[in-house]
Design a protein around this ligand. Structure first.
Ligand code: HEM
Length: 343
């Protein structure tokens, strides 16, 4: 990505890109490689189809509910069915190839699919069934896990990266502080895993971006039994909506400067960031169902931000309009055009 930007048609070492578009490509590539290793190109094709399916599904969810309509063979319903079929077929083939390669020792187990298959008792893995006969995952479950990781991990990370770059372009003083830290810790080299844990200012900035622009703006929980939280009793069967975006902007929890970008809030860690040390920061959820990919997302985001700041200084394009809005995640409605000046 950095190399591509450097080779873009530039005027005096400057080019302009839409960060939202760029980061969608980057995160799709990263998650495809992490999930499928050497088969990532086939994985990417599957993910593209999944993206189309998600958009069609969201459209259906946001239109008027007419019972039974989803069974009518309209053009969009037929396309949804066809996409689902195609995705499952591609995945079945990838899984089957991986299983064969693992059996003959032709592949390393260094991707998510390999790890899932390895952790499974392969002798008991039923090939074409949805029923479970062992503690391992069925083929269908492995396929659903692959889909889930992409759905949960791609657009969320693009959103986080995009808002980080926008905010750094808006606040040159923080951009400078972050770059100084990166150059001090990593120089101009690619950041190592070890170096990432020394990026304190970058971590503060990334947390403040997650507070102001949480990619997942609300979280839904279902009380399957009567539950007491403090003095509130929630009856069984009630659906709860935790409005992350609203809580992250609430002056009662963050102070009168809640709307301001102030990474220094996080200088003593997450637990001390809120007003009177109230814990009100949960971009990745909380408790036993907390996001399983949060460390993965943090590493990916830190590496990308570090490498961008090593090579470019950032300035908002004159065409940029600040308009966060939600499709599935918090996105820039009119794109995220930023000018990149080569350093
Ligand atoms: C900025 C990036 C991300 C954000 C903001 C985010 C946010 C969340 C949230 C709010 C939840 C729901 C937690 C709950 O119900 O309490 C969740 C669940 C999940 N996330 Fe993430 N996520 C991110 C990145 C990722 C990545 C990169 C992956 C995969 C590599 C991932 C995989 C998952 C999975 C599999 C679940 C479901 C966990 C379960 O139900 O047990 N996420 N995420």
């Amino acid at each position: 990505m950095i190399g591509e930007w450097k080779s873009l048609d530039v005027t005096h070492g400057t080019c302009e890109v839409d960060m939202w578009v760029e980061f969608q490509k980057l995160t799709a590539d990263v998650i495809s490689r992490a999930a499928f290793g050497s088969s990532y190109e086939e994985g990417k094709k599957m993910f593209e189809l999944q993206k189309e399916l998600i958009l069609l599904t969201l459209e259906a969810m946001q239109s008027m509910y007419i019972p039974g309509l989803r069974f009518v063979p309209t053009k969009k319903n037929r396309r949804r069915k066809q996409l689902d079929k195609e995705i499952t077929l591609i995945l079945k083939e990838i899984v089957q190839n991986k299983m064969n390669a693992m059996k003959t020792g032709q592949t390393k187990v260094d991707d998510l699919l390999g790890l899932m298959l390895q952790s499974n008792n392969q002798n008991n893995l039923p090939e074409h069934t949805t029923s479970k006969k062992s503690n391992g995952l069925t083929l269908d479950e492995v396929i659903e896990e692959c889909k889930q990781f992409y759905l949960a991990g791609q657009e969320t990370t693009s959103s986080w990266l995009t808002w980080t770059i926008i905010v750094l372009a808006m606040h040159p003083e923080w951009q400078e502080k972050a770059r100084d830290e990166i150059l001090e810790v990593c120089g101009k080299k690619e950041p190592s895993f070890e170096a990432l844990s020394h990026l304190k200012i970058v971590t503060m900035i990334l947390n403040e971006v997650l507070r102001l622009y949480p990619p997942v703006i609300a979280q839904y929980q279902h009380a399957y039994k009567e539950t007491k939280i403090g003095h509130i009793t929630i009856p069984a069967g009630v659906d709860l909506n935790l409005p992350t975006l609203l809580l992250h902007h609430d002056p009662a929890l963050w102070g009168d400067d809640a709307e301001e970008f102030k990474p220094e809030r996080f200088s003593e860690g997450i637990s001390k960031a809120g007003k009177d040390n109230q814990l009100a920061f949960f971009p990745f959820g909380w408790g036993p169902r907390t996001c399983i990919g949060q460390n993965f997302a943090m590493i990916e985001t830190k590496i990308a931000v570090a490498m961008i700041l090593q090579h470019f200084s950032l300035e908002l394009s004159s065409s940029y309009t600040h308009a966060p809005y939600t499709v599935m995640t918090l996105q820039p409605q009119h794109g995220a055009h930023v000018k990149l000046h080569q350093l």
